[in-house]
Design a protein. Structure first.
Lengths: 375, 530
C-alpha cells in the first residue's frame, strides 16, 4: 500500500470549454464539494487547536502564562513568515520558511512543555536544553523534560532507517533496473502486503519472535523490551514504503538517460547508481523522509516492543519509551483526566505533530526543489 | 556510494584534491593513499572536535553519544560539501547525507563499545582507522566486482522483504499451531474443573444435610466435637444406633440427588465437547473474551471491527470522493485549492495517534459526553465516535487515490460529454465517476483495511478492553487490534497464544481485503485501455 502523497501534482488539465448551461442545483453541488475539500483544513485546524489547547492547559495549570505568550508569539511569527513567503510565490523560500515556522512551533511546544521547569529558581539553559527528568516522576517537582522520550523515538527511527533505507533503495533499483516486468508485477504487490499488516501484529511479532531471535546474537539484550527489535520491525514495516515510492521515482526517469549512459560505455551498475538514482533523487529523498516520519509516528508496534520505561541512553539493547508510547501509556494508566500529568500528553502530541508535519513539509520541499523535469 | 561527476565527463588533466577524495579519479595507489590520509585526518578531527564539544558541555551519559552523533554527522556533511564543490547539488546532497550518517553512526557504535574514559581514545582511533580503510575502499573496488556485488546485494535486498513476509507468516503459523496444540489440554482441564465443581457442590450439600441430620439425630454429638469427627468414627457406633441412623437417612437424600443431577447437567452444558480444531475455531470466533485463556473468544472485537470497517466506508467514501471531485474537476488551480491539496498531503502523514486525540476531543468530549448525560443509552466512547475517527484517519488516503483515479480518466471523455450538451455535474456523475470507479474502489478498500488494523487512535478512547457484548452503534466497543494489544500486554503464554490466533484472524481479514484490492487494480489496469 503506497502512500500516495508523493504523487506528482497533476499536469494542468486541458482547459475545458465552459459548460453550455448551469442547472440551478449546480451551485449547491459545487458548494457541497468545496465543503468536502475544506474538511481537510478543518481537520488540521482542529488538531492544532486541540493539541495546543491541551498543552496550554498543561502549562497554565502550574500557573504560568507569560512563557506561554512568548511561545505563542514565536509560533505566530514563524507561521506569519511562512505565509508571507507563500504569498510572494517564492516556492523554495516559502518551503524553507515554513519549515522554520514548524521548527519554531516545535521549539515553542518543547518550551511549553518545559516551562514549569524554567521557572525553577535553579533554572539554567543547559539544564533546560538537555533536561532529562521524566514527567512521570517529576510532575510533583514541577519539572519536565522530553529528552529521554526523544532518545527513544530517535533510536527507533535510526534503527528503522538503517534497515529500511539501504534495503528499500536497492530493492527499488533492482525492481526497476534489473528485474523483468513479470518479476516486478509479482514482487512489488507482494512487498506492499508487508505495509498492509496491522502494526499491533508487528508489535506482537517483535515481542515473541524478533526479540528472542536477536537475543541469540546480541549480548546483554534487554528482554522482553528493547529498542533493537522495535526498530527492526518498524524498519520492515516501512521497507515497502521506501521501495515502492523510490521505484516509482526511478521508473519515471526517461529511457533516453539510460541509453545515453550505456552508449558512453557505462554498465548497468554505473548507469543505475550514477545516472538513474541521481536523476530520481528528489523522489528517493522524499520517500526516505516520509518513511522516517512514519517511523517516528509509529505507535502500537513500538509500544509493545520497546516498553514504557523512560531512560536516557542511546544503547539500542535497552528498552526506552518513545513519544508515542508515552501518549499511549498516559491514556492507559490510571492518570486522572485533566491533571497536568494527563495534559502532558497533549504537549507530547504537539511536539510529535509538528515534528512529523515539518518532516512532511521537508519531503515536499525536497520533491519540488530537486525535481528534474524531463520531456 | 558514488560521488563521481556524471559519467562521460572529460578526464581532468590534473588530478585535483577533490577528485581524489570523491573518487572521480579512481585509479592508482597514489589516489588511494591520498584519500586514506585525507579521510583519516578528517575523521580524527571530527572525533576530536566531537570529544571536545561533548567534554565542554559535560553532558550526562547517553547524551554524549547524541553530541558525537551531531558533531560527527555535521562534520562529515561539511567535508563532503567542501570537497565536492563542482558536483551536482543532488549528488552532493546524497553523498553528504550518506557520509554524515556513516561518520556519525560508526562513531556512536564504536563509542558505545568503549564507554570508559581511557577507551574513548581507543574508540576515536579505531573509528578514524575504520573510516580511512572503508571509505576509499568503497570507491576503489574493481569495476566488474562492484557491479556483480551490487546486483547480488540488490537481489538480496528485494527478496529480504519477501523473506520477512515468509518469516512473519511462519511465526504466526507456528504460534497458531501452538494454540491448537495447547488448547485441547486447557479445554479438558476446564471441563474437569467444571465437573469437579459440580461434584464438590453436590458432596458439600450432602454433607451439610448430613451434619444437620446428625445434630438432630444425636444431640450428644457435641461431646465428640464437630459432627464430622463423630460421623467419621461410624464403625465404632453401637449396632442399633447405626441401624437407626440408616433408617433416618433412608429417603432423605432423594431431592438432593435430583439437585445434584441438575448441577451436573448444568456443568455438562458449560463443558465444551471434544475440542476438535473446527470446534475450537468456532468457539474462538463466537465467544466473549472471558477471564480464562481457554474460554476466551473474540466475538465482540470481531463484530466491532466489522462495524468500524462499515462506518469507515460510510463516512470516508462520500467525503473523500467529493473532495477529490472538487480538487480535480472544479478547482480553478487557485490558492485555496492548492492549500487544500498541500494540507491533504500533510494529513496523510500525521501519526494515527494524533487522530485519536482529535477523535477523543471532538467526538467524545465535545459531542457524545454531553449526549450521554442527556440520553443515557448513548455511551460517551461509542462505536460511532470510533468509526468517525477512523474515517477521518483514512480520509486523506481515500481522497488521494480517488484523485489519481479521476485524473486517469482521459479528457476526451469529458469533452465528448460536454459536447453532447451535458452540464459539468452530469459529466462528472455519469461519465467521469463511473470511469474512475475501479481506482476509487481500490482506494476505499485499502483505507478500510488500514482502519481495521489501526489500534492507536482507539487507544485514546481508553478502557474499551473489557467489553463482552457485541456492540451497538452507541455502545462501548472493542476492536480486534485492541484485543490483540491487550492480550499481548498480559504477557502470559495462554493469552499470547490467543493473541496469535486473533492476529491470524485480523491478518487474514486485512490481507484478503488488500489482496483483493491489488488483484482488482491489476485486472482493471489490464482491462481498461483508453
Amino acid at each position: 500500500m503506497s502512500t500516495p502523497t508523493l504523487a506528482p501534482p497533476p499536469p494542468a488539465p486541458a482547459r475545458l470549454p465552459p459548460p453550455p448551461k448551469r442547472r440551478p442545483g449546480e451551485k449547491v453541488i459545487e458548494a457541497a464539494l468545496l465543503a468536502c475539500g475544506l474538511l481537510s483544513i478543518l481537520i488540521t485546524v482542529s488538531i492544532v487547536v486541540i493539541v495546543l489547547t491541551g498543552t496550554a492547559e498543561f502549562v497554565v495549570n502550574p500557573a504560568i502564562s507569560d512563557r506561554l505568550l512568548a511561545c505563542a508569539a514565536l509560533f505566530g511569527v514563524g507561521t506569519t513568515a511562512g505565509v508571507a513567503a507563500l504569498r510572494r510565490r517564492r516556492r523554495a523560500e516559502a518551503g524553507g520558511l515554513f519549515a522554520l515556522a514548524a521548527l519554531a512551533a516545535l521549539v515553542a511546544a518543547a518550551l511549553v512543555r518545559s516551562a514549569p521547569f524554567a521557572v525553577n529558581p535553579f533554572f539554567s539553559l543547559k539544564a533546560f536544553l538537555f533536561g532529562t527528568d521524566d514527567p512521570n516522576e517529576e510532575v510533583i517537582l514541577q519539572r519536565f523534560g522530553i529528552v529521554s522520550y526523544l532518545c527513544g523515538t530517535l533510536l527507533v527511527a535510526v534503527i528503522a532507517a538503517l534497515v529500511a533505507l539501504p534495503l528499500g533503495l536497492t530493492a527499488a533499483i533492482y525492481l526497476s533496473e534489473y528485474a523483468g516486468p513479470r518479476t516486478r508485477n509479482v514482487v512489488k504487490p507482494t512487498l506492499e502486503l508487508l505495509a498492509g499488516i496491522p502494526t499491533v501484529v508487528y508489535g506482537y511479532f517483535a515481542l515473541t519472535t524478533v526479540t528472542p531471535f536477536l537475543a541469540l546474537f546480541v549480548p546483554g539484550l534487554n528482554q522482553p523490551f528493547n529498542q533493537l527489535a522495535g526498530g527492526v520491525v518498524v524498519g520492515v514495516m516501512i521497507l515497502p514504503l521506501v521501495a515502492s515510492l523510490s521505484e516509482d521515482a526511478i521508473r519515471a526517469v526517461p529511457r533516453a538517460l539510460r541509453e545515453g549512459s550505456y552508449a558512453l560505455g557505462a554498465n548497468q551498475f554505473e548507469t543505475s547508481v550514477r545516472v538513474v538514482v541521481p536523476a530520481a533523487l528528489s523522489g528517493i529523498l522524499a520517500s526516505f523522509v516520509l518513511a522516517l516520519s512514519r517511523a517516528v509516528g509509529e505507535t502500537m508496534a513500538v509500544t509493545l516492543a520497546c516498553g514504557a520505561k523512560p531512560q536516557l541512553t542511546l544503547d539500542p539493547r535497552e528498552g526506552l519509551a518513545t513519544m508515542t508510547s508515552f501518549i499511549v501509556n498516559k491514556t492507559q494508566g490510571d492518570v486522572r483526566y485533566g491533571t497536568p500529568d494527563f495534559n502532558s500528553l497533549y504537549a507530547m502530541a504537539a511536539v510529535l505533530f509538528f515534528l512529523t508535519l515539518s518532516m512532511n513539509f521537508f519531503a515536499q520541499w525536497v520533491l519540488r526543489r530537486y525535481r528534474q523535469v524531463y520531456q | 556510494v558514488s560521488t563521481a561527476s556524471p559519467v562521460g565527463a572529460a578526464p581532468t588533466p590534473r588530478t585535483r584534491l577533490s577528485d581524489l577524495l570523491s573518487g572521480a579519479a579512481d585509479t592508482g595507489y597514489r589516489a588511494f593513499a591520498v584519500r586514506a590520509a585525507l579521510v583519516l585526518t578528517c575523521a580524527l578531527t571530527a572525533d576530536l572536535l566531537a570529544a571536545a564539544a561533548v567534554r565542554w558541555l559535560a553532558l550526562p551519559g547517553g547524551l554524549d553519544k547524541l553530541g558525537f552523533l551531531a558533531v560527527c554527522g555535521g562534520f562529515g556533511a561539511a567535508v563532503t560539501a567542501v570537497f565536492q564543490k563542482g558536483a551536482e547539488a543532488s549528488t552532493r546532497l546524497l553523498t553528504g547525507s550518506f557520509n554524515a550518517a556513516f561518520y556519525a553512526l560508526t562513531a556512536v557504535v564504536l563509542l558505545a563499545l568503549c564507554p570508559g574514559e581511557e577507551d574513548l581514545a581507543v574508540g576515536v582511533a579505531v573509528h578514524a582507522a575504520a573510516l580511512a580503510v572503508l571509505l576509499p575502499l568503497a570507491f576503489n573496488v574493481s569495476r566488474p566486482l562492484t557491479t556483480r556485488a551490487f546486483a547480488t546485494f540488490a537481489f538480496a535486498a528485494t527478496y529480504f522483504g519477501l523473506a520477512m513476509l515468509v518469516v512473519f507468516f511462519t511465526s504466526i503459523a507456528v504460534k497458531v499451531s501452538d494454540w491448537f496444540r495447547a488448547m485441547p489440554a486447557l479445554v479438558e482441564k476446564e471441563n474437569r474443573k467444571l465437573r469437579e465443581k459440580a461434584e464438590n457442590q453436590y458432596s458439600a450439600a450432602v454433607w451439610d444435610k448430613t451434619a444437620e441430620m446428625l445434630r438432630d439425630f444425636a444431640p450428644e454429638v457435641k461431646q465428640f466435637g464437630p459432627p464430622r469427627r463423630w460421623y467419621r468414627q461410624r464403625s465404632t457406633w453401637p449396632a442399633d444406633t447405626l441401624k437407626e441412623w440408616d433408617e433416618t437417612r433412608a429417603g432423605q437424600f432423594k431431592d438432593l440427588e435430583i439437585k445434584g443431577q441438575e448441577w451436573r447437567l448444568e456443568a455438562e452444558k458449560l463443558v465444551r465437547p471434544e475440542p476438535t480444531p473446527a470446534h475450537l475455531v468456532k468457539h474462538f470466533l463466537t465467544e466473549r473474551p472471558g477471564d480464562k485463556p481457554a474460554q476466551a473468544g473474540i466475538m465482540p472485537a470481531l463484530v466491532g471491527s466489522l462495524y468500524i470497517g462499515l462506518l469507515t466506508v460510510l463516512f470516508a467514501l462520500p467525503l473523500g470522493v467529493g473532495a477529490a471531485v472538487f480538487l480535480e474537476e472544479y478547482q480553478q488551480n487557485n490558492r485555496l485549492a492548492r492549500f487544500i491539496q498541500v494540507n491533504i498531503n500533510n494529513l496523510a502523514g500525521v501519526p494515527s495517534i494524533i487522530y485519536g486525540i482529535l477523535g477523543a476531543a471532538v467526538f467524545v468530549d465535545a459531542l457524545f459526553k454531553r449526549l450521554h448525560s442527556e440520553y443515557y443509552w448513548i455511551a460517551d466512547r461509542n462505536l460511532l465516535a470510533g468509526g468517525l475517527t477512523l474515517a477521518l484517519l483514512t480520509l486523506p488516503v481515500v481522497i488521494v487515490s480517488a484523485q489519481e483515479a479521476i485524473r486517469a480518466v482521459p479528457s476526451s471523455l469529458r469533452h465528448a460529454a460536454l459536447a453532447l450538451g451535458a452540464t459539468r455535474w452530469q459529466t462528472i456523475w455519469r461519465v467521469v465517476l463511473p470511469a474512475s470507479l475501479p481506482g476509487v474502489l481500490t482506494g476505499i478498500i485499502l483505507a478500510v483495511s488500514r482502519a481495521l488494523g489501526e489500534a492507536a487512535p482507539l487507544v485514546m478512547f481508553g478502557a474499551i478492553l473489557y467489553t463482552s457484548d457485541p456492540p451497538g452503534l452507541f455502545s462501548r466497543f472493542s476492536v480486534l487490534p485492541m484485543q490483540i494489544y491487550y492480550w499481548t500486554g498480559l504477557a502470559e503464554p495462554g493469552w499470547l497464544d490467543n493473541a496469535a490466533m486473533a492476529s491470524a484472524v485480523l491478518v487474514g481479514l486485512v490481507l484478503v481485503l488488500n489482496g483483493f484490492a491489488i488483484w482488482y487494480r491489476h485486472r482493471m489496469a489490464q482491462k481498461v485501455r483508453w
